[in-house]
Design a protein around this ligand. Structure first.
Ligand code: FCX
Length: 435
């Protein structure tokens, strides 16, 4: 057993004992109430899940094992001469519960490098799809093809004790995370770069290698990928991608099947696809107005037009957050440091000034502030990654860190099949009539 497994197991044993004690003493305590409105309105505000890796506060934003994004930017190990945290570090933190040392992060990098081989049939399956296929469809198809490699599925078929599930789950999680950059880069180069592929660079870190295989070697882009992969990794347990992965995993579907399910959710425009929608929307605005740097007045008029057409303003609003997303702020800081004069990035900042008052004035939107997706695309375009349909794939590669760390925890803590009760409106009416 490697050091990661040993540390994870020690923490899981301690956490299991804590939870046992907690449920013995407080298991019947009420943690909330459920109203009729909530069950018709996306279960917003219902506490119904445990996710150990991160916690979202409406005002404070996301914290990974207690650490905010600015704290992690300061404390997580960086690549040699690098300025941004290595995402391997946040994965270690979510899995082990403690900040990693430089050596811990190097260890994860080396494990991921060793396990990164993608079997040929995965590329053949992707190649069988028409080039016009959306990159997210290619991506989840590739992940599904990779399911042939699942250690957990094989161990389960052979017969494995419940208490040992976590181990092949963790092997699958590491294998899958290691292989995703290759699959993502393959899709990018197949669809947009004439099918000319770049072999992995065995000396690079996980995010650096992704950038390299996509064909982006600029140090700025590599730094951006490290930041991007760190901040998109997890957003507590109830968002669609995390929840779907957890739900499907609760049926003991292996990590490949569970992660693919979650990423099908990430591919929706109200969730991860919003990052492509933001850039698409800005490009359309620039085209319609005939300028690369629309004025705030012009942006305001365009926003009102979008709303009058019954569409959402992409990148704004959130189901839980009630402030500017700290992930937006981290990207804004990156933009100020690396590309303050870029007109597209400046447009994102102008939109940030214009949109919240307009959304507030509608009176129905609970959070008028930008989320992570409002900023990410503009930074990618700056380095030449203009193919916005690909953006959600990058989100998906990063999200693997959180949802797969969670799957390890789900099995180590012995969480059962998830199966909430549903009702019909007829049953609700009968209940209200006291029948
Ligand atoms: N533009 C226009 N209208 C919006 C809006 C926006 N950006 N955000 C919310 N609203 C509307 C809702 O559509 C709803 O209208 P309705 O009552 O007529 O149906 C009303 O405001 C109340 O919604 P609210 O409770 O504030 O928000 P929800 O929790 O229901 O939804 C999302 C949250 C994120 C889905 C919503 O704000 C939205 O559609 N935003 C745009 C898409 C987006 O950026 N998604 C990415 C989110 C995230 F960061 C991620 O998961 O990646």
């Amino acid at each position: 057993m490697g050091i990661l497994k040993e540390r994870f197991k020690a923490k899981a044993d301690a956490d299991n004992a804590t939870i046992k004690e907690l449920l013995k003493n407080h298991g019947t305590k009420k943690i909330g109430e459920v109203t009729l409105s909530q069950i018709y309105q996306g279960m917003r505000g219902i506490t119904g899940l445990v996710s150990e890796t991160s916690l979202l506060d409406a005002q404070d934003g996301i914290r990974f094992r207690g650490y905010s994004i600015p704290e992690l930017q300061a404390k997580l190990p960086k690549a040699p001469n690098g300025t941004e945290p290595l995402p391997e570090g946040i994965f270690y933190l979510m899995l082990v519960g403690e900040l990693p040392t430089e050596e811990d992060v190097q260890y994860i990098t080396s494990v991921l490098q060793r396990r990164s081989h993608v079997p040929n049939h995965v590329f053949s399956v992707i190649d069988a799809l028409p080039l016009s296929t959306h990159p997210m469809t290619m991506f989840v198809t590739g992940v599904m093809a990779l399911q042939t490699e699942s250690n957990f599925a094989k161990a389960y078929a052979k017969g494995i004790s419940k208490k040992d599930y976590w181990e092949p789950i963790m092997d699958d999680a590491m294998d899958l995370i290691a292989r995703l950059p290759r699959i993502a880069a393959y899709i990018y180069r197949r669809k947009y770069k004439n099918n000319e592929h770049i072999e992995p660079n065995g000396l690079l870190d996980w995010a650096g290698n992704l950038a390299y295989m996509m064909g982006y070697e600029q140090p700025g882009f590599m730094a951006l990928m490290r930041l991007y992969m760190t901040i998109h990794a997890d957003h507590e347990g109830g968002n669609v991608s995390a929840h779907a992965t957890h739900l499907v995993g609760s049926a003991l579907s292996d990590p490949y099947l569970s992660y693919a399910a979650g990423m099908n959710g990430l591919a929706g425009p109200l969730h991860g696809l919003a990052n492509q929608e933001v850039i698409k929307w800005i490009f359309e605005m620039r085209k319609e107005l005939g300028t690369d740097l629309p004025t705030k007045e012009q942006i305001g008029e365009y926003v009102k037009k979008t709303l009058s057409e019954g569409k959402v303003v992409p990148g704004y609003g959130h189901a839980v957050l009630r402030r500017t997303d700290p992930r937006f702020e981290a990207q804004m800081e990156f933009g100020k440091k690396h590309m303050p004069d870029d007109p597209l990035v400046q447009t994102v900042w102008n939109i940030y000034e214009v949109v919240p008052p307009i959304l507030k004035s509608l009176g129905k939107i609970k959070n008028p502030w930008p989320n992570v997706d409002a900023h990410s695309g503009a930074l990618l375009v700056h380095y030449g990654l203009v193919e916005y349909e690909f953006y959600t794939v990058l989100f998906a590669v990063s999200r693997a860190l959180g949802v797969l760390a969670n799957l390890c925890w789900d099995r180590a803590l012995g969480f059962p099949l998830e199966r909430p009760k549903s009702v019909t409106t007829r049953a609700v009416k009968l209940w209200l009539e006291g029948k």
